[in-house]
Design a protein. Sequence first.
Length: 384
Amino acid sequence: MTIDEKVRKTLKELEAKTPDEVNNLFAGVIAAVESERQKLVTRGTADESERERLAKELRDRWLARKSGIISSIDECWLKTAPKELKPAVGRAFNELRKASAVLETNELLKAIPLKRRGKRQGELIFSADAGTSKMGGRDLTLPGYRRPLGSVHPVTQVMREIEDIFLGLGFSIESGPEIESVYYNFEALNIPESHPARDDWDTLYVNSQVLLRTHTSPVQIRAMEKHGAPLYIICPGKCYRHDNPDSTHATMFHQVEGLAVDTDISFADLKGTLDFFARKFFGEKIRTNFFPSFFPFTEPSGDLAISCVFCEGKGCRVCKESGWVEVMGCGMVHPEVLRHGGIDPGRYSGWAFGLGVERFAMMKYDINDIQLFHQGDARFLEQF
Ligand SMILES: [Zn+2]
């Protein structure tokens, strides 16, 4: 109910039956007096005539003899008050009259500042009179707006941590386009058009020959073409899949892939490097296990599992009671892929791996929903 509606009802209609309830009603009215006055004072006026007009309007709204709010309270609240409430209403009404004296026209004229718009848009120049007025001037000693400091996104933090470990091993960082050709994303990686693996990786096509990359592997081909062998690189970056979003799948996520090409590279190098990496990242207690797997671009292929970080290998819900959690795919680079990169598979061999950064971050920080990374919710992000 607005104040104008309230003052046209009787105390009975407003259900004010005790002196306390009456006092509350009047306190609300006094608050309205002050807030309406303050609004005008804060706003200020552009010139003298506007100031006079606005001051008179506010004064009349409250103090006009016939239709003002105060006289309406007199009529509807005071005169109709039941006998036992009369003293309380009378006292409160007197307080209100005193409090509303600030709405007299000449009081308002003193309080409302003149604000003149300067040449630049939005810039306010205050009149000397407003600057000295207690309410009208702006206090330039008040502190400015504080902008909260951001922090590095957890996915970026984990990506940098992974990069650091491999940089320490002598690897360098390579990057490539997120909008990739079908050749680099599939064909050069030994996934011809008829290969069923394309189904798993189907993605958003820009046209029949250009798509959003489904992994960062195309960067490996580009790096082999650019630098030749020997080559030790990692490729961090975004990739895109047609997965339905759920707690472990997202249509966009980050990968770090690694590639080592040299003479005499064997599966033992792969195992040794990834074992070292897993212990560096998850802690020295971690044990690793390699399971056979299949990828078109490696032969043989494996999945690297680590002993479950949550139960230390004893078996829990996260590791499905097995004690092991798969964390990445890896394998010896397929000779066909080396050839596509312009490297002679008769002379060189190599190994490669690929991991999901969000998955690593989820394990590291015990996060159970991948979607949290992409929602931009400050309550989540400020924990890192
Ligand atoms: Zn477990």
